[in-house]
Ligand binder design. Structure first.
Ligand SMILES: [Zn+2]
Length: 373
């Protein structure tokens, strides 16, 4: 496209509530020369990759008067379309999710790896308005084949990289980050972030970490969901808890799991970590597609937990799945080993595994009844 023809075709997308004082300052956003499209963002939006629009494109002049905004590039009047984040961003959810309820909801994402990054971004797309991201790791090359972030993020803290991706989807989302394991994070920070509409989402690299998250969630009366993958992601496990009814938390229920489970304990290892074999786990394979299958079913539960007290919301899975659910990708023993044969067919989702309170639950907050303290 020649320069003149591009200038005559420039289309400017701009925030409907762009500050009229903005004409006096430099505009920021994104410019796509190949399609002559410009996305202007609010000057204070902390969005990664944003550029000063006076660089790399025809000089853009913005004017505000009683007619509203007009944009000119080197004397050419540009096409312009306002966008309204509140009205437009989640317009496709109408009748499915209550915007105000989703915007006020919060999720604590413990672990921002393959599961946590996918979960965080899909929950942002669902309208969750507040995030606390917890993970101590840096993104490495080996992560890219199953992580939502890319090459430009290698070497960054996963929490920062995922926070940027969330803001790319919803600039109004409030994102806090903690570059440390949850066990090292001051519980007062978690408590300050949390309210009755907050979900603790455990996607850490060990069951030990998820147990800690479960007990913290129970003590704060937060709903809880753990999403974990087994070896080579041939299957995964989901566990939920909420404070509205008496039910064992993940930590207490796992105590009695060996008898309740049709799988030998050694087959319940997650592919990406366990307490004793961290070295080997760095090389555990798993396909993004199969990790996503388990994660997406978990995310339906996450939506159900966040909206469980919204009268107009139709639950997807809550009430149909038991607290502990196994999700199978393949029952082929060449991928999953002998344990894969517990599943009768690929894509099987269990609905009837029952768990109970373990002996240590006597001292656990999950025993307490009632709602938020
Ligand atoms: Zn408990």
């Amino acid at each position: 496209m020649s320069r003149d023809s591009m200038q005559s075709r420039l289309m400017i997308w701009f925030p409907a509530d762009l500050d009229p004082g903005c004409a006096e300052v430099d505009l920021h956003g994104f410019f796509h020369a190949e399609t002559a499209q410009v996305v202007v963002i609010q000057p204070d939006a902390a969005i990664a990759g944003r550029r000063n629009l006076s660089r790399g494109m025809p000089r853009l002049e913005a004017r505000f008067d009683e007619q509203g905004w007009t944009f000119h590039a080197d004397g050419w009047r540009c096409g312009a379309r306002p966008y309204d984040l509140d009205a437009d961003l989640f317009s496709r959810h109408r009748g499915l999710l209550e915007l105000a309820s989703m915007q006020s909801s919060g999720v604590i994402v413990c672990g921002c790896g393959s599961v946590g990054s996918l979960a965080a971004l899909d929950l942002a797309r669902s309208g969750v308005g507040r995030f606390l991201l917890v993970d101590e790791d840096l993104l490495s090359i080996e992560n890219l084949c199953r992580h939502q972030c890319g090459l430009a993020d290698v070497g960054r803290r996963k929490v920062e990289a995922v926070a940027d991706r969330i803001r790319q989807i919803n600039p109004k989302a409030l994102v806090e980050v903690a570059a440390m394991p949850l066990e090292q994070l001051d519980p007062a920070v978690v408590a300050a972030f949390s309210d009755a509409n907050t979900l603790m989402l455990a996607c850490a690299d060990s069951r030990r970490a998820d147990r800690y998250a479960a007990r913290l969630a129970a003590s704060l009366r937060l709903s809880f969901l753990s999403i974990g993958l087994w070896e080579r992601a041939f299957a995964g496990e989901l566990f939920y808890w909420h404070p509205d009814q008496p039910m064992p938390c993940y930590s207490c229920a796992l105590e009695g799991l060996d008898e309740a489970m049709p799988v030998r304990p050694q087959s319940q290892r997650r592919f990406y970590s366990n307490e004793t074999d961290l070295e080997a786990l760095a090389f555990q394979p798993g396909l993004a597609i199969e990790i996503a299958h388990v994660t997406q079913i978990g995310l339906k539960l996450a939506l159900d937990l966040l909206n469980r007290n919204v009268p107009s919301y139709a639950p997807r899975l809550l009430g149909h799945l038991s607290q502990y659910t196994l999700v199978c990708n393949t029952n082929d023993p060449r991928i999953g080993g002998d344990a894969a044969e517990i599943f009768s067919h690929p894509l099987q989702v269990t609905t009837s595994i029952q768990v109970g309170f373990g002996s240590s639950s006597q001292s656990c907050s999950c025993r307490a009844r009632g709602g938020m303290d």
